[in-house]
Design a protein around this ligand. Sequence first.
Ligand code: 5GP
Length: 190
Amino acid sequence: MEALHQKIREEGIVLSDQVLKVDAFLNHQIDPALMQLIGNEFATLFADSGITKIVTIEASGIAPAIMTGLKLGVPVIFARKHQSLTLTENLLSATVYSFTKQVESTVAISPRHLNSSDRVLVIDDFLANGKASQALISIIKQAGASVVGIGIVIEKSFQGGRAELDAQGYRVESLARVKSLAGGVVTFVE
Ligand code: 5GP
């Protein structure tokens, strides 16, 4: 997606060979117009997939997920990372090792919002080793729902997440595929 590639080139900051900082438009300050383009793109890619729900993970997946849900006309559920006094029922949950924070945490969704007839699109901001996506897939399966596909804003193709999801047979659509961050330079997959 050219607008996203351009934004990454102009405003992305390479923190190391492994980590790209995009706080200027996705992870802290958010560019709503770009999020809308991203939502439209995911909606087009999955238009014929019969999606009934979108599942993401707080906080940075929410903006692209909301715009996709708006375009597809379906609800968006975000897995919560923190205990809440209002989430009192038995939760669907999974543990996830955070690539950026390097700690393990539990993410959870209320079973009230997912059921076995749901066809779910998973959306996330980044795909690195795939731990966040795998945790969401686990939660969706616990609800008996189907994972129809995975939409990723920025995939780091040099890490293992994509290959694992491919091997499991999931449809993965990434709007930017980063081949390398070596030498402080962002190189995209052609
Ligand atoms: P994974 O679970 O696939 O290993 O990592 C994906 C999660 O880690 C994303 O939800 C994202 O929040 C975070 N993440 C992974 N790599 C990066 C990165 O290079 N930059 C930023 N800002 N976040 C990342």
